[in-house]
Every structure is written in structure tokens, then in C-alpha cells.
Design a protein around this ligand. Sequence first.
Ligand SMILES: [Zn+2]
Length: 332
Amino acid sequence: MTDPSPRSGLRSWFSSNGRLEFCITLASVTLLTGACVALILVPRNVGPLQLATDEAEVLDTSEGTDNPRLSPVRRDLQPYGPILVREVAESEALLVAHPSHRADLDALEHQLGPAISDVSAVWGTDWNRAPVVVVASTSAEFTALTRSAGSTGADVAAVSLTGSYVPGTEPADQRIVFNPDARRRVGDEGLATLLRHELTHVATRADTIDGAPLWMVEGFAEYVAQRDQATTFSQIAPTLTTRLRAGTLPADLVSDADFTGVDAAYAYESAWSVCAFLADHYGTTALTTLYKRLATGPQSPAAQDAAFTAVLGTSRAELVDGWRAWLRGRAV
Ligand SMILES: [Zn+2]
């Protein structure tokens, strides 16, 4: 992400694509709990009086400020001013924003419950459905809160911080951070789409090991985010649609490198379309099974072939042919 050219590509894509978002999944991030432990071990001040001021003031809350899950968030947000806190009904999810983003908090409060249900409809309910969702008030705050993800900057709309995953353990803290401009840029529906996308990363984190193919990881998240919405193919995938209308069909599944280059928009859309095709042709259960198989870490071409055969009963070539034929019917 140090090369400025991909950045500008992402920026233009983000600006031109109202419904979609660019998100970064933290495939490998510093554990948030690790950061919090560091804060506890090396307090800037000692003594109960000073410690109290190390946490952001809570101006308005639907949840008691004694909720232990709130303390790490209050510490991280303390430099950026007072906060508002909501606990979402029927879930222990926490929403946090500063007063300048009260409208975003209101929108997310309405969206979070349905979004959790939408993700569970595909993935099942066996996941931590109580993330902490934070809306940053400034770019500086967003950058600070997501620095551990190895991102980012103003181009990124949201980041899910779920920590590095150790097989056999639960991912630690699970937090989604929104860019302060996200809702302004993509609107309420776009915000809900972003939320479903990031929640899918949270839901799948326990089954996702760093290095898994991004076409599967990002395509699946975007498939869940876009599923059953009143959006058309060309609205979801404008870059892909343009290429299809020009007569250019994908030659293969997108590579991981494509997700960080100038073609990042196309990579996300292409990955979404593969997963949409798989769900359409083989069903969402097969798609989810394939995800669980391929998300277990880096996959060689041979390993991917074996997964396609085992889960779908098809070869990679047949899968790509089927996907291309499916795309042909949508390039209108
Ligand atoms: Zn993502």
C-alpha cells in the first residue's frame, strides 16, 4: 500500500462506486487485546483518579458504563473526545460514536440487528454476534484505530479488526471501524452493505487462516453483503459490467495481488461474481462449504482443484467455464 498508484485507483473507485465499498480485512493484524494489555501494563498515569480520565467520557448510553467490553474502546477513543454508546437489542453488540456522528450511530443501530441476521442466514449462527462497531470522527482517528490492520487511509470505508487467528481458539476482540465519511459517501444502504460485508469477516474469522485465497475471502463477504438486495448486477459490479459489455470475459479467478493494485475494484467485483455464480449454480450451502475448505490458509492450485472436485464435483476449468457462461448472460 506504499505505492501511490494503487491508492489513487482505489480512491477513484471508491468515489465512483456509490453502493460498494473498499474494505480491508485484516488477515494479519496485531491483536487488539495485545494492544489493550500494553495499555494496561504501561499506563500513562497511575492512580484511580488519573486512570478514570484515560477513558473517553460517555455522554449518552443505552448500556451501563460498567460493561467491561466498553473499557478498551473508551481507552482507545479517549484522545478523540466524548462518546455515545448503544447496545443493540437482541444482541450484545456495542455501537460507539462521537456526538458529531450521532446520525451514523442511529443508522447503524437500526441496521445491525438485521445485518447480523442476514449473515447468519448464510453462515449459520455459530459465531460471535456481538462485535463492537465504532464510527471514527476524523481521518486521524480512523487511521489511529485501524493502524494495526496495516492499512489504510481515507480511501478505506471500513475495517474489521478481528485479530490474528490461532486455530482452535476464538478470535479475540472483534471490532469494526467505520471511516467518518463512509455514510456520507455511500448513503444508508451502502452503509448497511458495508456492515454486512465486515460482519461476514467477523463471522468467518474463526474459520479463516491468514493467506487464504482472497477471491474466496472477499468474494464470499461481498456475496453475503449483496445477497437478496434490490441491486442489479451492473450496480454491484460496474467495472466488471463495462468489461463484459466490451466483450472481455475473465480468463481465470483473480489473484491475491489484484486486490491491492490498480484493478482492485475489478478484483472485488470479479470475486463477488464467482461467489454469486457458485451460490446460484451449486447453492449457498456448497458455497459456504467451499469457503470453509479454502479458507484454511494458503492454497496451491492443486489444493484448490481438489477442493473444487470434492465440494462441487467439478474441475477448475469447468468451474471457470460455467462462471464465464453465467457472466455472459448478465452482460446486458
Ligand atoms: Zn472485505
